[in-house]
Ligand binder design. Sequence first.
Ligand code: ZN
Length: 633
Amino acid sequence: MAGLIREESIAEVREKARIDDVVAEHVTLRNAGGGSMKGLCPFHDEKSPSFHVTPSRGFFHCFGCQAGGDVIKFVMDIDALSFAEAVERLADKYGVQLRREEGDVRDDRPKGPQRSRLVEAHKVAQQFYAEQLATPDALVARQFLAERGFDQSAAETFGIGFAPRDGDALFKHLRQLAFSQEELVVGGLVAVGRSAYDRFRGRLLWPIRDASGDTIGFGARRIFDDDRIDAKYLNTSETPIYKKSQVLYGIDLARKDMARSSQAVVVEGYTDVMACHLAGVTSAVATCGTAFGDEHARVLRRFMNDHEEFRGEVIFAFDGDAAGQKAALRTFSGDQNFVSQTYVAVEPDGLDPCDLRIKQGDAAVRELVARRVPLYRFVLSNVVGKYDLDRADSRVDALREGARLVSSIRDKSKVDAFARELAGMVGIDVDQARAEVRRAAARGPARPDQRGSRRSEPQQAETPAPPAPRNPVPDLRDPRFALERETLKLVIQHPMAIGRTTSDIGVEDFTHPVYRAVWELVAAAGGPVAGSGDATWAGRLRDAATDPAVSSAISALGVEPIRTAKEPDAAYVSVHVFRLLELTAMRRIADLKSKLQRTNPVENAAEYNRMFGELAALEQHRRTLRERTVGAS
Ligand code: ZN
């Protein structure tokens, strides 16, 4: 677009666009005396009118919410437009030729039909299509609507129509009304092959309207099996009046309640928008054949009266299926300020609002929206849900990946709350979750909000990559396994000393897979007692090993010095054995605690109480072992 609009053009727009006319498209005004008019404010929720318009001065003001300004400001606020866009919109409507600072009228605006002509053509087309819905040819279209719970009055409310199957009915109709072929092609209603033909044929049509209620495009659903176009939905492609990155189906109906409630519900399709509105969720909109993007978010924010600090709530009612979850995750990687106010409403059976309304009625749709959860929690539970939380190593992985997500939340005031949620989901201590989030923040990478342009790189918006496969053989010398190592050294080097106290040891006391395998060989050979006084004991065990890692470990365990200067006595052995058993008890306690934290004590009372009893017994067992360890040393 060419340069700045010149001041005299702006003044001309202000003069010609009567503010009372413009406001009257949105607000019912009545005389308030003194040359003023008043009505219910479109920008805030009120019962008695405090919204005033003074045509002689060209101003509006609301004494309730302090919104106010001139006619341009009104159009900016009500239609979520920039200053220049509002001026252009009014200039079109009131026939003002805009002049710009740079250059002359020639590069005033791109050559082509005026917006008002395109809007007019769509208005005629919408009426034409709506009339066609009553014709015999449209039986399938009417059945489609009826099957989805939409009666004739619903069809009228939403202006639904039917595009006849013959190729150029609309084209002929509009040409008769003196629209040029260029206007119809540019507007996206007609395409040109060998000759001009209707863009939509034999389809059910939803008029897509802008915020002021003007039809600017159509969404068209396939209803005939012999439709030559396979796509289930066809939408108007980009035109001078239809910007698909900004268009939201239903915005004309939803925006008032959006402003009042500071809440917007985003659904996936035209029928979902209808179902929501009919069910009483009157702030529902949908994107039209494109993913929800930053520009859509911007439009919602403006309508939700959230110009500076965003406090509104945007609720995505996605399908519970993989596609819907993907959509949620894509949103998650977007504008983080927006994300923090974003919620997800997922129907447990995966029903979309339209199906939900058919099967369970209007109340179920309202409940679906009311049951929303913050997007953070939704994404977090998706990530954590991939892991088997009954296993300690999986919990570590779940914690790590969850912490990475939580650390990427830009709203720091929310990080701690989500660290706590993460702890609850994984079933670990809050402090542990907090520490992991801090570590993830320090590592820093893979922050969704540092990815720059999301639009062009949708594949980057996937859920974080699954964890790398765990190394199946952890380092034998890892200090976490020191006690297992020392115990096995005693078993191999001093079978007689340890033999008497090892009856309590079992394979579950060894967490390293190699040490586990060593113990299994020992047990298979008859236990440490079998090695008493047998000089070939270590060699026998080594020969029995089939895994080279295990036989090499046995050699190492056989030669590595015991960590005591003197001959290992009963006390030394006892300390190791009891400590080993104590560690096993502690692991079982941690597993059980984790499970308890993930079990709802109200919904699963019996299970919860059983585990609680088991936990108490384990704690007692652990205390006994502790005392014996201390007593032995
Ligand atoms: Zn107000």
